[in-house]
Design a protein around this ligand. Structure first.
Ligand SMILES: [Zn+2]
Length: 496
């Protein structure tokens, strides 16, 4: 793709608004022009120059690729190509080649984010505009679009705010170098961009995979309503509000679909509660006081818990939809203070739990559970499941015996060790079945307790392995601490 720049006055240096990703493959066309990640420089004052931008392969640090493939066309991140002193978005025009079309975003600044330039594709006009990579299976694109349409309708009705224009959905293929299964984001122009690893997709439509994809799409769709209205004043200590909002509304949208989906949402909510509280056990400061790495690690789980509490607190006054309708219609955008002040206008039980989570408390876990209970939610401590027990049992043994890389791969209740020749008696990449005869699938807690005893007395424990079809038992020492799995919860009752 060629980008042609017309500057208002002759200049020797053109600075980009931010440095381009190191992977951006930009070539200068004219003589006497040189390119660096943050600027283009000229050996004589110029008003017109061109850059040839070729597609990126990998995204790094959440920075957007400037140009990447999307189907038979291209996905362009327009803001990356803009300069500090101009051109501004309002000055940019994009001329698609003959027979090609431009699909901008639906938002008020249609070029402020990803746009598509390429051949028109059947089905890309009317309703949601979906542009997809032909390498992706039709069912995945269709299910993603259906999830977008149904969650968008749910949010529009609940918030009573119409979405900015018809949704635009890009469904692309992740480059093979990327190790994730899917990623997604929404740029400020309202384009929802989902990318999937084609080589990791199930061979055909798979219910379990769809159960993961639908909430993911619904989460991204809520970001369309949030747009770029989050005020950055709160920085990393406020993003839980944006992410927790998207996550909690995604769960609400699922719950509205079917009773089975509502059960799944409740399980996810319980998981997030358990993970959030386990993280916060190590903290006395709350979400607004965390160090950056902790803020990132707790954003989704604790953000969701905060939104859940707020929804319950506001249940007599329109719930979380009313709260977000208020936040999203504030003239200067929204932030944590607006969230807090609109909650304080509706005093309710549970406020102490919300305050403990946000500002900190001596025992955040206890405060949050007590708040949930006062708001009519009954949770009980649940078995964390075979995967958590097996992890808690096997990790201290791997840590005690491995000298290099180590890992556990869990698939369908089988736990395969990634040990190579690096882990003493546990070497050989075998499947771990049980500890001291306690099988992970039926007696995970007992397996963990056997390890706990061995580790606390610096003793050995018998690990039952499967080497192909052959059972082996090895004696394994432990000299590491053996923390139990995170406390898991089950939601027993919620208010009507
Ligand atoms: Zn998000």
């Amino acid at each position: 793709m060629t980008a042609e720049y017309h500057l208002q006055a002759p200049t020797l240096r053109f600075e980009f608004d931010g440095p381009l990703p190191v992977e951006a493959r930009v070539t200068v066309i004219e003589d006497g022009v040189s390119f660096a990640a943050d600027a283009v420089t000229f050996d004589r004052p110029l008003t017109v120059f061109s850059l040839l931008v070729r597609p990126d392969r990998v995204r790094v640090d959440a920075r957007y690729p400037v140009v990447s493939r999307l189907g038979e066309g291209w996905m362009i991140h327009v803001p990356s190509l803009l300069g500090q002193a101009g051109p501004h978005l309002s000055d940019v025009t994009i001329e698609p080649g003959p027979g090609w079309i431009l699909i901008p975003g639906p938002g008020s600044e249609p070029l402020n984010g990803f746009v598509y330039v390429g051949p028109d594709r059947p089905g890309s006009s009317g309703g949601t505009k979906a542009i997809s990579d032909p390498a992706l299976p039709d069912w995945l694109v269709a299910d993603s679009q259906a999830a977008l349409d149904s969650s968008a309708a749910f949010y529009a009705a609940g918030l009573n705010i119409v979405p900015p224009g018809e949704p635009v959905l890009f469904v692309g293929a992740l480059p093979e170098e990327d190790r994730r299964i899917y990623v997604g984001d929404v740029t400020p122009n309202g384009v929802i961009n989902l990318q999937f690893a084609t080589h990791m997709l199930p061979p055909e439509r798979d219910r379990r995979f769809i159960d993961l994809v639908v909430p993911f799409v619904a989460h991204e769709t809520f970001h369309v309503w949030q747009g770029d209205r989050y005020r950055e004043v709160d920085g990393v200590n406020g993003r839980w509000l944006t992410e927790g909002g998207a996550e909690y509304f995604s769960l609400l949208a699922q719950s509205a679909v079917s009773p089975a989906a509502a059960d799944r949402s409740r399980e996810v909510l319980a998981q997030r509660l358990g993970r959030c509280l386990s993280r916060m056990d190590a903290q006395t400061g709350g979400l607004v006081n965390l160090a950056e790495s902790e803020a990132e690690a707790t954003r989704y789980d604790c953000g969701t818990v905060s939104q859940w509490l707020a929804d319950l607190q506001m249940s007599g006054s329109g719930g979380l939809f009313a709260l977000w309708r208020h936040l999203l219609t504030l003239p200067d955008g929204y932030g944590v203070e607006d969230f807090r002040s609109s909650l304080s206008e509706h005093p309710a039980q549970g406020a102490t739990g919300q305050a403990a989570l946000l500002d900190g408390a001596a025992d955040i876990r206890r405060a949050v559970i007590a708040a949930l209970s006062s708001l009519g939610v009954d949770v009980e401590i649940a078995d964390p499941g075979p995967w958590s027990w097996a992890n808690a049992a096997l990790w201290p043994l791997l840590q005690s015996n491995c000298s290099g890389m180590r890992g556990i791969a869990g698939d369908n209740g089988r736990f395969t060790l990634d040990t190579g020749d690096r882990c003493g008696p546990l070497s050989g990449d075998m499947e771990a079945v049980a500890i001291a005869g306690h099988r992970f699938d039926t007696a995970g807690a007992a397996a963990f307790h056997a390890v706990e005893v061995a580790c606390s007395s610096q003793d050995e424990v018998a690990v039952n392995l499967l080497d192909g079809e052959t059972a082996r038992t090895v004696s394994v020492s432990c000299d590491q601490p053996s923390p139990p799995p995170e406390l898991a919860y089950r939601i027993v009752a919620v208010p009507d």
